[in-house]
Each structure stands twice: as C-alpha cells, then as structure tokens.
Design a protein around this ligand. Structure first.
Ligand SMILES: Cc1cc2nc3c(=O)[nH]c(=O)nc-3n(C[C@H](O)[C@H](O)[C@H](O)COP(=O)(O)O)c2cc1C
Ligand code: SF4
Length: 465
C-alpha cells in the first residue's frame, strides 16, 4: 500500500504530463496516515509516541457546547460522502432531554472504489477511538458504537485490541469522561451489505433487524438508535477530530478552501502506476495526485475516472484540473463523495465498467422500493444486451429513461448512485454505446485492461464475461 507520507516521487507517467508548478511532496498533508509505515502504528504506544490522546485532555477541559462550536468553526465536513458539517450534526442533538445519546461510527465501507476507512482502522485505530471519546463528550453520550464491515476480520481484531488498550489506559470505561461519567464503546461486525452503510439502515441492522433504510423524518438526531438522539459519523470524520483539536482550528483552516477546509484521504486506484492512499489538503487536483503517484500505467492515458466511488458521476481527462473539494467537483457536474479516485485508461470499455457497477447496485438493492429494486434489475438486462451487441438503438433511450425513473424517486440514495454512472457515461461516451450497437458487440479486448494486459503472452488469456 502506498502511504501519503512515504511515497511520492516521479514514475513512468505517460499521461498526464507533470504539472509545471507541482512539487509533489509539498502538496501532501499526512496527518492520519503520517505514521502508517511504523510497525507498531496501530498500538497505543505507537499512537502516543506521536502525541496521541493529547487532544483528549484539551477537549475534556472544554464545555461540550464550546467544543461543538469549535468543530463547527473549524469547518470539518463529513467524510462519508455527503460532506455534511460535522459540528452542525452534533449540535442537532437535543440537550437536557433526559434520554441516552448515542454516537455511531459508520465503518461499513463497501462502495466500489472506496477504500480509506479500512486502511485507516488497520493502521491507526486509536485516532478513531480518541475522536470517539471527544465526540461523546461533545454530544453528552455514554455509549458509542463502531459498525464495521464484518468481512474485514484482521481490522476487527486490531480494533478489539485497540479498544482493550484504551480501556486499560482509562480512556474508555468508568469515569472516562470525568468523575461519574462512564463511556462504553461497542464494536459491532455487520454481515456485509452495502445498504447497511446508509445511516438509517445501519441503525436498523445494529438493532438486530434486517438492514433497510428508515423513513425520515424523524432524523437520527431526534430518534436514531433505540429511538434516542444519535449522531452517525464516518470513520475518517471522527478520526480527524483529535488532530483538529490538538493543532487548532486555524491550522485546520490553513488547508483547503473556505467552504471545504482541512486535510483528507484520497484513494487512488485502477490503472495508476502507484495506487494507494494520498493524504492532502482538500482542493488538490487529480493531475497533481497523478504526478505524485507516477501517472497512469506506462504507455497509457487517462480515459475516465470517478471522483468519489462508483455512485459519483464519472469525469474525463478534461477534468484533470478540477479542485477536489465539495464545490469544485460539484461545479464540474459530479460529487466529491468518498474521494475514491478510480482511474481507467483507454483500454477500458466504459459500457463494460458501467455494466459491472450496475450489477453491483442490482445485487445490493435492498428491495424496499420499486424504482430501485425493479429499475436496477432491468438496467442490468439491457446493459448486458448492449455489451453483447444484442441491443437496439432505442435501448439507449430506455436505459436513460429507467435511470431517470430511479434517480430522485427512490427511497434512499442507493438508487441515485445506481443512476449516476448511466447518465454520466451516456453524456461523455454515447459514441461508445453506439459502437457496440453498430459493431454488434464490444470493440474492446477486455484482457487489455487487466493487470496482465500489457504482457506479451496475454493474447491467449481469457477474461470471464
Ligand atoms: C447506500 C449507501 C451506503 C453508504 N455507505 C456508507 C459507508 O460505508 N460509510 C459511511 O461513512 N457512509 C456511508 N453512507 C453515507 C451515510 O448514510 C451517512 O451519510 C454517513 O455515514 C454520515 O457520516 P459523515 O457525516 O461523517 O460523512 C452511505 C450512504 C448510502 C446511501
Ligand atoms: S433505493 Fe434501493 S436500496 Fe434504497 S430503499 Fe429503495 S430498494 Fe432499498
């Protein structure tokens, strides 16, 4: 894995050319990933060696409302996809209501391309635990949960270890938040469903029911877990809080822009020379990130990419200089999402890629609402026909029409996410869809886009359709 602080430099980039002003290493801002390469980075000793749990004493000395105001002024925005201001979310929790308050950390990470929370938890779980204690002090909660994707057993083991260490050190458990103020942290392993990352489906799943989204209102801040006021935050959002409190809001605001301040993890994957996590201020561009990740794989050029996972509208090589913050990507017609930058070179068939993503959405659709349940099924049937050259010209209108009937008309945002690759691929690559119809099949050799595609002996290798 490439870690921001330790892997820069120039490699065999064939496209795009290095940006003339780029000094790649200076563009990085390793905070959460700064010590991932140290063998004990995941232990309490490793975390404390670099100032871990220093922010906690500072935060516990603050009045909870002042702490919320501080995080709000710093401008931290949720890293789970929507970019909702974290301090404002905490402020929605009613105070003095006599009910228990809960903090639930969303560690279900399962969107195609999204891969930042799992490495963060694996290498630096104490940053999350320290953030949890600080957030619980702010929202006056005595019980927090981490809802982890169950398949990642090695991460689960490290989280259990970290929770035990934090308990033994007195950061969790009796009097953790001050005299008479206990804090329990429960780690829950989910069974592996993309929909359980949607915050209300997650709460149903955590309560022991089938994970399906809830009708809103009421919002979780009013009636969340066990019908009590609940904050649901992404792993990276909460893990960013200790550094913000320790180094201060001015330091945090010295990175990024007015509306999108701070540092964040960008996950580069796909046909890039050195994929991995690159931690940088918000607003860096894909061109700059590619400069420091060695560019696209040698001999190839960028064709299309997603700014924040498969549910964010794809962009092309015309968007290399778009600032990767909430406003910049929004103005370019997409969304920053989870900052999962999946990069595809010219060997990739866009119809094939969109078909695979749509198969994922059809599989993960929870079935609660008709537009998504039926629409994703029919999209898959039509896309498979288009890919195989068995479709008619009118089927392009049909997939656009079905996507339009899913988008904004489904019960939760999974439906919108399923529609977005359809719309954006038709916008930028309609000619490629038409080539499948005219040529009665796919004009691409799928083996060429695989990791072994450039090997001279790859011609005889078959790729499963
Ligand atoms: C289908 C679907 C899956 C989601 N998966 C995740 C996830 O794995 N992790 C996550 O933090 N947010 C996920 N979200 C977003 C959450 O609903 C929620 O907005 C987020 O956890 C809020 O945290 P934040 O404010 O810190 O960003 C998902 C949303 C949808 C619609
Ligand atoms: S949009 Fe899809 S995932 Fe969301 S509630 Fe409807 S069927 Fe379930």
């Amino acid at each position: 894995m490439t870690v921001a602080a330790h892997d820069g430099g120039q490699g065999g980039a064939s496209q795009p050319a290095p940006h003339p002003e780029a000094d790649p290493q200076k563009l990085l801002a390793p905070v959460l990933s700064a010590h991932w390469d140290e063998p004990d980075s995941y232990t309490l000793a490793g975390y404390r060696r670099h100032g871990g749990y220093r922010a906690l004493s500072k935060a516990l000395a603050m009045d909870p409302d002042d702490l919320i105001a501080y995080v709000k002024e710093a401008g931290l925005r949720g890293r789970g996809g929507a970019g909702f201001p974290t301090g404002m979310k905490w402020q929605f929790i009613p105070q003095g209501d006599g009910k228990p308050h809960y903090l639930v950390v969303n560690a279900d990470e399962s969107e195609p391309g999204t891969c930042k929370d799992i490495p963060l938890l694996f290498a630096n779980p104490h940053s999350l635990i320290e953030g949890i204690v600080i957030a619980c002090h702010a929202i006056r909660s005595h019980h927090a949960f981490i809802y982890l994707r169950g398949e990642v057993v090695p991460v689960l083991r490290r989280l259990h270890l970290a929770v035990r260490e934090a308990h033994e050190a007195g950061y969790l458990g009796a009097d953790a938040l001050g005299p008479g103020k206990d804090l329990t942290l429960t780690v829950h392993a989910g069974a592996g469903a993309y929909i359980c990352g949607e915050e209300t489906a997650l709460l149903d799943s955590l309560e022991g029911r089938r994970g399906q989204p809830r009708l809103r209102p009421p919002f979780p801040a009013v009636a969340g877990l066990y019908a009590c006021p609940t904050v649901v935050n992404n792993v990276e959002s909460i893990a960013s809080v200790p550094a913000l409190v320790d180094k201060g809001k001015d330091w945090f605001r010295s990175m990024g822009s007015e509306k999108s301040p701070g540092f964040t993890l960008y996950s580069l994957s796909g046909h890039v020379a050195r994929p991995g996590q690159y931690e940088a201020p918000l607003g860096i561009t894909l061109r700059q990130l590619l400069d420091m990740s060695g560019g696209m794989r040698p001999g190839h050029r960028l064709k299309f990419w997603t700014p924040g996972g498969s549910s964010t509208p794809l962009l092309t090589d015309a968007h290399l200089d778009v600032p990767l913050d909430y406003e910049g990507v929004g103005n370019a017609g997409s969304m920053l999402g989870t900052k999962a930058l999946q990069c595809f070179d010219e060997t990739t068939c866009v119809v094939r890629a969109v078909t695979r993503w749509t198969e994922f959405y059809a599989h993960e659709s929870c079935g609660k609402c008709t537009p998504c349940r039926e629409g994703t099924y029919w999209l898959v049937q039509l896309l498979r026909d288009i890919e195989a050259g068995k479709a008619r010209a009118s089927d392009l209108e049909k997939i656009a029409d079905i996507a339009d009937n899913i988008n904004g008309k489904s019960f939760c945002a999974l439906g919108d996410g399923a529609a977005s690759p359809i719309f954006s691929s038709l916008k930028y690559f309609r000619d490629e869809y038409e080539a499948h119809l005219a040529g009665r099949g796919c004009p691409f050799d799928p083996a060429k886009s695989t990791a072994w595609g450039d090997r001279p002996d790859s011609a005889h290798l078959e790729v499963n359709a």
